[in-house]
Design a protein around this ligand. Structure first.
Ligand code: AMO
Length: 446
């Protein structure tokens, strides 16, 4: 393993010998001196080489220097290399006030000189060359932010005695809606890719696990080409026992969001401001809560009628209610609560006195839904009745219904799309920008 110093750590070192590795960002090949900007996952550095164009018999080092000079003249942008040399602090160097004078240069891999993408390439073109696109410092930051966000959630869960589960992604039946199911051949039968860990995270409740979480893939055969849908996404799920209503789930959810944003701001706040121009704010709790019907009234009063073909909020309505919440409460998050049972799955618990409404919510962040949560119906007779009412065949759901026949605590939880959270945190236009490798109706490669 090459002993290398990350470029970001060089500034704190005294002048002297160092080894750095990375890829070539630019080469300036002048007659007497050559400059190479080298980038690694942590930053960029100027390398300098006093060029030697022919062997000087009186200078024993000139042959090695000529070798380095010729190697640099042949270097293409994108090539990966390791350099050992002398670190020197020099205020005149624009790039961080340091440079490394090359002592030895070892090319690990030369790049084809023509770079297939540029900064202004379309998103689709960039996705074709995602590994090159990801070399950009903004992209690198996105995935460090994602790492920090997930770590903060995990820390919260672990500190609060949650158990981590990994539910199977091969299923015998649907967990949400048939329309969005991917079928896969499974020996002499058909399996489906899980749209959500819904049924199996609920199983942890009668299993006596108390509080669980999962971060894992979910699949939706959703032929939409919006900026917030993909056919495969990372779903963040949590499910807890002994809730009295969806209010308990919302409290867990907002605590998790605060933990996540706090950690991201502490670790990356300055870089986010520099690269994305966003001053990240840690949200105050409690987040505003607005019943869906009231939210629709509010946006209507402000000049936008949500289309009536279903009882849901549409994307424009989400933007409008977020704008209202920002103005009124200075908040980036809002829970829309008490969705109509007509547009919620059979497993959502309904209101005690009004079965047209559910104990459920959507969490909207900077204008877009990032999550759905609810108290679940745990009374078997009610659950079966609700499944039938939604046109589901209780026999097909029997394995799930069994979870409720042998004792189960009242419970609730939520599912949240990781990419949506990061996209909205950074004000980016599409989840393609924050998904390592996007999957959509037209994209299975790379
Ligand atoms: P829902 O279907 O609303 O609820 O999904 C929850 C969250 O997952 C994300 N999401 C998606 N992200 C990218 N592309 C998609 N095609 C996509 N579909 C969903 C969104 C969404 O808010 N079982 C319930 C959750 C629960 O009640 O616990 C469920 O899956 O951010």
């Amino acid at each position: 393993m090459t002993e290398r110093t990350l470029i970001k750590n060089l500034a704190a070192l005294p002048d002297g010998p160092v080894t750095v590795s990375g890829w070539v960002e630019t080469v300036r090949d002048q007659k007497k001196v050559q400059f190479v900007v080298l980038r690694d996952e942590s930053g960029a550095l100027q390398l300098v080489n006093p060029a030697v164009r022919e062997v000087n018999p009186e200078d024993a080092t000139s042959e090695a220097r000529l070798d380095i000079t010729e190697t640099i003249s042949g270097l293409s942008v994108g090539s990966f290399l390791t350099v050992t040399g002398e670190l020197k602090h020099d205020e005149r160097v624009k790039l961080g006030g340091i440079e490394v004078k090359i002592g030895t240069l070892d090319v690990a891999s030369l790049a084809i000189p023509e770079t297939p993408i540029a900064d202004d390439s379309s998103v689709d073109k960039r996705m074709d060359w995602r590994f090159l696109d990801l070399r950009h410092p903004k992209q690198n930051l996105i995935f460090r932010i994602q790492t920090t966000f997930e770590h903060a959630l995990r820390t919260y869960w672990i500190d609060n005695d949650f158990i981590e589960i990994h539910t199977p992604k091969l299923m015998a039946s649907a967990s949400e809606s048939r329309a969005e199911l991917f079928e896969v051949g499974y020996f002499d039968t058909t399996a489906y890719l899980a749209q959500s860990p819904q049924f199996f995270k609920q199983m942890a409740q009668p299993a006596g696990f108390g509080k669980v979480f999962e971060i894992g893939p979910a699949f939706r055969a959703d032929p939409s080409f919006t900026s917030r849908h993909s056919t495969e996404f990372t779903s963040i799920d949590s499910e807890i026992s002994w809730v009295e209503s969806h209010e308990d789930v919302m409290q867990l959810h907002e605590d998790l969001m605060v933990a996540g944003v706090t950690a991201v701001k502490a670790k990356h706040g300055d870089e986010i401001e520099a690269l994305f121009g966003i001053a990240l704010e840690v949200p105050a709790t409690p987040f505003p809560r607005i019943p869906l019907a009231e939210a629709k009234r509010i946006v209507a009063e402000r000049g936008y009628e949500v289309p009536r073909h279903d009882d849901d909020m549409d994307p424009e309505g989400e933007r409008r209610i977020s704008a209202y919440v920002k103005e009124e409460f200075g908040h980036d998050f809002v829970f829309l609560t008490d969705y109509a049972s007509s547009i919620r799955p059979f497993y959502h618990m309904r209101h005690e006195g009004d079965t047209t409404l559910t104990n459920s919510y959507d969490l909207v962040y900077n204008g877009t839904e990032i999550s759905t949560g609810a108290q679940r119906e745990h009374r078997i007779d009610v659950l079966v009745a609700q499944a039938k009412e939604k046109g589901l065949d209780p026999e097909e759901l029997d394995f799930y219904l069994d979870f409720f026949r042998y004792g189960v605590p009242p419970h609730g939880g939520f599912g949240m799309g990781l990419a949506r959270v990061i996209m909205l945190m950074l004000g980016l236009p599409s989840i393609r920008e924050v998904t390592y490798l996007f999957r959509g109706p037209n994209r299975l490669l790379p």
